[in-house]
Every structure is written in C-alpha cells, then in structure tokens.
Design a protein around this ligand. Structure first.
Ligand code: IPE
Ligand code: IPE
Ligand code: MG
Ligand code: MG
Length: 334
C-alpha cells in the first residue's frame, strides 16, 4: 500500500498542539460545518464526509478564533465565521487538486482520485455556495463583503498561477502577487473578521489583517519548499506537482535569477528528462545556488513582519500562541 495513504490521518498535530485555549470553540466550528454541509442524498453525503472527516490543520478557523480571543471577545459569530473560512479553504483545495493532478490529500485519496473531476468541481462549488449562504445568515453585510472580496482574490490568484504555468521568466514580484492572492488573502481575511467581530479598534483590525497577510505569505513559501523537499508521508499530500507542472516558485525563480544561462539550461534539461525523480535531482542544484536558503530567508522575513504586527495586541496567552504559531509555520514538516 502507498505509505502516504497508510499513515494515520494527520489531524494537524504539528500546529494544533497550541489550540488548547480554543478547543471548545473549534468543536463549535466542527458542529456548524457538519450541520451546514449535510445532505439528504446519501451519495452526496458520502463525498462531503470525505472532506470533512479527514481534517487538515484547521489553521484558518484557529487563527480567526485566536485573534478574537486576543482582542478580548470571542462570540458565536466567530464560530460561524470559522466554519465559513474553512469551507472556502476546503473548496479551493478540492479544486486545486484537480489543477495539480494530485492523488493524495490529508493522507487519503483526493476527491478527484476517488470520484473524478466532475464530482470535484461540483463539490468545490457546493462548499463555496454553502460558505456564502452561511455567512449571509449572520445578517451582517460586512462579513459577506469581506468574505466575498477575499474569495475573489483567492480565485484570481489560482487563475493567475494557471495562466503563468510553464513561464520560466516568472518574476519574483508576480510570484508574490500570486501567493498574496491565492493564500495570504484568506488568512488576512480570517484575522480581519476575528478582530472586527470582537469590536477591536479599526487600527488594530488593520494591523491584524496585515499580520494575517504576512503569515499567509510565509505559510505559502514554506508550502512551496515542502513541495520541493518535503516528505509525502509527513505532509500526507502529493508533492512535486509545482515542478511537474512547471509552476515556478521562489527557489526556482532565485535559481534562474542567479544563473539565467547555466541554471536555466540545467532546469530545462531536468524538466525534459523522463522519470519521476526530478525533485531529488533538482535539490543539489538549488543548494549550490543558495536558492532554498533564499526562499527560507524570505519566509522568515514575512514571519518576522507578521510578529511585528502582533505588537498592537496586549499581552495574553492567545497572543503568545499566535506568536509561536507564526514562528512554527516556516519550519513545519506538514
Ligand atoms: C494547503 O493549506 C494549501 C495552502 C495554502 C498551502 P493547509 O496546509 O492549511 O491545508 P490543510 O487544511 O491543513 O489540509
Ligand atoms: C493551494 O495551493 C491552493 C490554494 C492556496 C488556493 P498549492 O497547490 O500550492 O497547495 P498544496 O501544496 O496543493 O496544498
Ligand atoms: Mg496548486
Ligand atoms: Mg496543490
């Protein structure tokens, strides 16, 4: 059996060890998710169950709840908003796995591997529409507007990445724009919602939104490093797809900037070569040019910017957890 599949589902042990102060709130989020997504059609329920049973790290609702707690007021509205952002995130993963031709996610087969692309497209839509409907039940136009705007940018980011596929001339600036949309925007949105619905001062809301954006950038750069040098058993997902699909990420952009001729030639030869060991062959080249270290430094820089923004909060256990989580994000293995 494929060891990636046979490993126990990683319910986010790595980051969730800090979720203790919000465990009861996260359980409320889970209840809302289950209630919202249920279907009277057994076959629909089975597909929905597949994505809700195998949980990921629940990073987005956790950050939203921790921000609310650190701002001093965590209410039922935050539970609903936590469920909304997790549904949007899951929708993007279900669609992303089609785009990336991925077969494993959260230690189990992807929806596309199990039920095919048609079901995946529709399940992603089902998750998006339920998220938007759920956010409307709060009767607060601010939530709908913020969530709608963030989702627009997430989709734009994924669209942009798809259109840039194969472009070996992708600039670092475009890469940052792209990950800002596809990943950082939703994490910024979680922080904005957490702070806004706790009644925080507008300046604090803006600062925490910037915190979420920098955390999201660090998170995605680290994810892109894992795609190149991570372990499929630890992450529980298909890796190497950025390379297989020629979606340029920071280490490759750095390699091509450092050594446009030799680096470019070696990369093109590697991409054109047969076999499945492209990741392993690329790593020594990226080490030679310091490209992996460069990407790690950029992720550390974003995490450090994020930590600066947290200074707007008074000292509390929730703030300390956000700080630890921010440091861990860059060096995570899953
Ligand atoms: C994966 O997100 C997609 C990225 C934005 C890198 P997570 O790593 O948070 O996925 P789960 O929810 O834990 O599976
Ligand atoms: C995840 O992007 C999808 C979104 C952020 C919308 P990736 O393709 O980089 O993430 P993984 O590695 O599959 O989780
Ligand atoms: Mg992708
Ligand atoms: Mg992917």
């Amino acid at each position: 059996m494929n060891p990636v599949l046979s490993a126990p589902p990683a319910n986010g042990q790595a980051l969730s060890e800090w979720y203790a102060p919000i465990n009861r709130d996260l359980a409320e989020v889970e209840k809302i998710l289950a209630q919202t997504l249920k279907s009277k059609y057994a076959r629909v329920a089975e597909v929905v169950e597949h994505v809700s049973h195998y949980r990921g790290k629940r990073l987005r609702p956790a950050v939203l709840l921790l921000v609310a707690k650190a701002c001093g007021r965590l209410t039922h509205e935050h539970h609903v908003l936590g469920a909304v952002v997790e549904m949007i995130h899951t929708a993007t993963l279900v669609h992303d796995d089609i785009l990336d031709n991925a077969t494993v996610r959260r230690h189990v087969p992807t929806v596309n591997a199990k039920w095919g692309n048609q079901t995946s497209v529709l399940l992603g839509d089902y998750l998006f529409t339920h998220a938007f409907h759920l956010s409307a039940t709060l009767g607060d136009a601010r939530a709908c507007k913020i969530i709608g705007e963030a989702t627009n940018r997430v989709c734009e980011g994924e669209l942009c990445q798809g259109l840039e596929q194969g472009n070996l001339g992708l600039s670092e600036k475009t890469y940052f724009d792209l990950i800002d949309g596809k990943t950082a925007e939703l994490i910024a949105c979680c922080c904005r919602l957490g702070a806004l619905f706790s009644g925080a001062d507008p300046k604090v809301v803006e600062s925490l939104s910037r915190y979420g954006r920098q955390l999201g950038l660090a998170f995605q750069i680290a994810d892109d490093l894992l795609d190149l040098e991570g372990d499929e058993v630890a992450t529980g997902k298909s890796l190497g797809s950025d390379l297989a699909q020629v979606k340029l990420t920071l280490p490759l952009i750095h390699l091509l900037d450092q050594s446009p001729e030799t680096g470019g030639l070696r990369l093109q030869q590697l991409l054109a070569s047969p076999g499945n060991h492209k990741r392993e062959k690329l790593i020594p080249i990226l080490m030679e040019t310091g490209s992996l270290d460069y990407a790690r430094r950029q992720a550390d820089g974003c995490a450090s910017n994020a930590l600066d923004e947290l200074k707007c909060l008074p000292a509390s256990s929730a703030r300390s957890i956000l700080e630890m989580l921010t440091r861990r994000v860059v060096h995570r293995q899953s």
